[in-house]
Design a protein around this ligand. Structure first.
Ligand SMILES: NC(=O)c1ccc[n+]([C@@H]2O[C@H](COP(=O)([O-])OP(=O)(O)OC[C@H]3O[C@@H](n4cnc5c(N)ncnc54)[C@H](O)[C@@H]3O)[C@@H](O)[C@H]2O)c1
Length: 257
């Protein structure tokens, strides 16, 4: 039985994770942390605590699954690694520098750490398909669409997709003319290999992404839509099991599928 703690347990993703962990035979929920609704009982005998370090020291989880907020996730992950607990992180917004620090801490402490900008298997396939297509096209842009409570932009999935595509081609804006943005940022943000990322935020969407490839006379569109947060749970549980059993730093669900 793998002992699991959930950080951000009262959030949209956190609640789904608590439910998945409590309904699995492989995991036991031993603690739950959030900054709201303290002391609420969310699963048998498990109440919301406000202090991650104290919760770890009392409940001694093997892994902490983090779905909190971009501005807290780095500190949370450091607290886990400093206290012998393996973080499984779904929260997006970690910088390259922060990822490097967490990798070093994981290796130094001989622990495991798993970070995935997207835990849905369909989204991972969408990224893989985009990487394959990237070999054959010199022009591409990414449109990612999320609900309007998402705090970071662009999405971690869009950034990771651009990184994977950039492994296959040096520029995806070949032949584009010199442009003038009449309204600043109207052409989106520029990621790896000149890939433009456009972030849409509005109610109605949960998490969607479309990667558009173009060449003379053709457009290829690769799209994934998450319509229920349940789609992330098999990936989250798979990553939690992997992290409990391996002393490794892993970035991306694709590495263990
Ligand atoms: N990797 C993935 O597959 C995936 C999928 C969906 C969402 N996300 C990301 O997960 C994160 C959470 O998304 P959400 O929709 O559940 O957000 P949410 O706002 O519904 O939930 C976040 C929760 O974290 C709590 N929180 C804030 N600071 C905290 C702290 N210091 N310690 C403990 N808890 C704290 C909040 O009170 C809230 O309950 C976002 O970064 C989002 O982009 C990732």
């Amino acid at each position: 039985m793998i002992k699991v703690g959930v950080s951000g347990a009262m959030g949209k993703m956190g609640k789904e994770v608590v439910n998945a962990v409590c309904n699995s035979d492989d995991f036991e929920l031993v603690c739950a942390v959030d900054v709201i609704e303290l002391d609420t009982e969310i699963c048998k005998d498990v109440r919301i605590k406000g202090d991650l370090k104290a919760a770890i020291q009392i409940a001694k989880p093997d892994v902490i699954i983090d779905f909190t907020q971009p501005k807290f996730v780095f500190e949370n992950a450091k607290i886990c690694l400093e206290n012998g607990v393996r973080p499984v992180i779904g929260t997006t917004g970690l910088s390259e520098e922060q990822l490097k620090t967490l990798k070093e801490m994981t290796e130094k402490n001989n622990l495991g750490c798993f970070i995935a900008p997207n835990f849905s298997t369909g989204a991972v396939l969408m990224m893989k398909f985009a990487q394959i297509a990237a070999k054959y096209f010199d022009n591409a842009e990414i449109i990612e669409l999320h609900h309007n409570q998402k705090k970071d932009a662009p999405s971690g999935t869009a950034i990771k997709t651009a990184q994977m595509m950039a492994e296959e081609n040096t520029s995806f804006s070949k032949g584009n003319c010199d442009e003038t943005e009449i309204i600043p940022c109207s052409r989106g943000g520029k990621a790896n290999a000149d890939i433009r990322i456009h972030s849409v935020r509005m109610p109605g969407y949960m998490a969607s992404q479309e990667v558009l490839f173009g060449s003379a006379g053709q457009i290829l569109s690769i799209r994934h839509d998450s319509v229920d947060r349940k789609c992330y749970m098999p990936g989250v549980l798979l990553a939690a099991k992997y992290t409990a059993e391996h002393n490794e730093f892993v970035y991306g669900l694709d590495n263990i599928l």
